[in-house]
Design a protein around this ligand. Structure first.
Ligand SMILES: *Cc1c(COP(=O)(O)O)cnc(C)c1O
Length: 387
């Protein structure tokens, strides 16, 4: 007899070193909050990189149910995967048109974000009289991708034979109050460039842009990070709900004497007798090496153990981290500790490790047991390590 699905699921959870939980209800609530904050602008969703590492299937199903109709990915192959999940959605591909890929865009009804005259001319040729829809990106200060002011005269001419559905640009700034003047200057630069296409819908705001006092919402906003629970207002409290949780199992508990060191290169030495727990998570599970605990320094990474915040000590290994659990002495082999959740946010982990929450999210859980949960319980099933 086959084991019921729930038993199968539990066995996978028992074996896993780490479990990543994605709260799809929080994701939907975050998208609705962003849509509300954006007034009459359409709220799209940026789902590049497998929805910032959270799993495209569950994220798309949830956002479509919440009312999202327009999605952005980075690559044409991501667009193809999205098209299978969302047959009627509008899908833009941010990295634009690579040579010899136009046929895929047309076949899967993907809209390239054209960022140079070369791409615009390629698309005009590929789409022919069919005039397939596309966006253009203008560079308002990032110096990364997009048309520059010298391109505009020629771009206006090429664009007369394109079906332009969006003119967009991307913010340099991440929403700190001190950046307000620079944000205003970038909005002015965008306005000057988009004046070439006054009747085409415009888009500038990412997550942080949505919360800007300048309200650069235009016709469409493009949030990613905030939807997944990241803080779009880095010097203010996070208005978003946490979406991602991560837990790891305790492998061993031991007591060490003052003066003993922990981990590779002995970067941390016990100042006094300490109780340590070795947990089953490491940099191969997406915990950044920068979160290591070094003697004579503030804790960089922490775990929530039995209600107490306990610091990582020594270097992060590939598969293990050592945590100083002196303040949570009852913890035992097989117990779980929290690495991410409402007490330790992705911004906390990233900040301690000297990286950004976007990097934490997109590297998380390649070999974790993953659960997508919603009010109905575990909703989209589970992916075991090695997905
Ligand atoms: C990734 C990306 C976004 C989303 O940015 P967040 O800061 O995650 O909200 C929006 N627009 C472009 C062009 C992007 O590359």
């Amino acid at each position: 007899m086959l084991a019921p699905v729930s038993d199968h699921r539990d066995i996978a959870a028992e074996q896993a070193g780490t479990t990543v939980t994605v709260d799809l209800d929080a994701l939907a609530a975050n998208w609705r909050l962003l849509a509300d904050r954006s007034g009459s602008a359409e709220c799209s969703a940026v789902v590049k990189a497998d929805a910032y590492g959270l799993g495209l299937e569950g994220v798309i199903a949830t956002l479509q149910r919440a009312g999202c109709r327009t999605f952005f990915v980075a690559h044409v192959f991501e667009g193809q995967r999205l098209r299978m999940l969302a047959p009627d959605a509008v899908v833009y591909v941010l990295n634009g048109l690579m040579p010899r890929t136009a046929a895929l865009y047309l076949k899967f009804r993907l809209r390239p974000v054209l960022s140079s005259l070369l791409e615009m001319e390629d698309w005009r040729e590929a789409a022919g009289r069919g005039r397939a829809p596309c966006a253009i990106q203008v560079d308002s200060g990032m110096n990364r991708l997009g048309l520059v002011p010298q391109d505009l005269a020629k771009a206006r001419e090429v664009a007369t034979r394109l079906d332009l559905t969006l003119v967009m640009s991307h913010f340099v700034w991440s929403g700190r109050a001190s950046e307000s003047d620079k944000v205003a200057a970038q909005i002015a630069a965008f306005d000057a460039m988009r004046a070439s296409w006054p009747d085409v819908p415009a888009s500038l705001a990412n997550s942080s842009g949505i919360f800007s006092e300048h309200q650069p919402h235009y016709d469409l906003v493009r949030p990613g990070y905030a939807m997944y629970g990241g803080n779009p207002t880095p010097d203010r409290p996070n208005p978003m709900r946490p979406v991602v949780g991560m837990e790891a199992k305790v492998l061993q508990v031991r007591d060490i004497a003052a003066g003993e060191s922990v981990g590779y290169d002995g970067r941390w030495t016990a100042p006094a007798p300490r109780r340590l727990a070795t947990i089953s998570a490491g940099y191969a599970d997406g915990i950044p090496c920068g979160a290591m605990g070094v003697s004579d320094d503030a804790p960089r990474g922490q775990a929530l153990v039995d209600g107490a915040l306990c610091p990582f000590v020594g270097r992060i290994s590939m598969d293990t981290i050592v945590v100083d659990v002196t303040d949570a002495p009852a913890i035992e082999r097989g117990d779980s500790v929290e690495l991410l959740g409402s007490d330790i946010t992705i911004d906390d982990l990233a900040g301690g490790a000297g990286t950004i929450g976007y990097e934490v999210l997109t590297r998380l859980g390649a070999r974790s047991h993953r659960r997508w949960v919603s009010r109905q319980g575990v909703s989209v099933t589970v992916s075991t390590p090695g997905r």
